[in-house]
Design a protein around this ligand. Structure first.
Ligand SMILES: [Zn+2]
Length: 81
C-alpha cells in the first residue's frame, strides 16, 4: 500500500483511510464516492489523494457506474452573500 509523506501543512502523520469523497463539477456537487482510499492527516485532517485514485474516480464518473443510489442532502448557507 502507498505510504504518504507527512502533511505538507502541519507536518502531521498521514495515514490511509477509506473515506467518502465529494466530487465537484465547478461548484456543483455531482457525486459522492464512497470508500475512496485517502491519505488523511491525523493532526489537521487534510486529505491527500493519489493521482491514480483520482483518475479511477474520473473513470467511474465518466461511465456513470455510481448512480444506482441517489441521495438527497439538505443545502445550508453559512452566511448571506
Ligand atoms: Zn496536517
Amino acid at each position: 500500500m502507498h505510504a504518504f509523506d507527512d502533511c505538507s501543512y502541519c507536518g502531521g502523520r498521514v495515514t490511509m483511510r477509506r473515506v467518502q469523497k465529494p466530487c465537484w463539477w465547478g461548484n456543483r456537487l455531482i457525486a459522492l464516492v464512497d470508500k475512496v482510499p485517502t491519505g488523511v492527516c491525523e493532526q489537521c485532517g487534510e486529505r491527500y489523494y493519489e493521482a491514480q485514485v483520482l483518475k479511477n474516480i474520473e473513470d467511474l464518473l465518466k461511465h456513470k457506474k455510481l448512480f444506482k443510489t441517489q441521495i438527497r442532502v439538505p443545502l445550508a448557507q453559512y452566511a448571506k452573500a
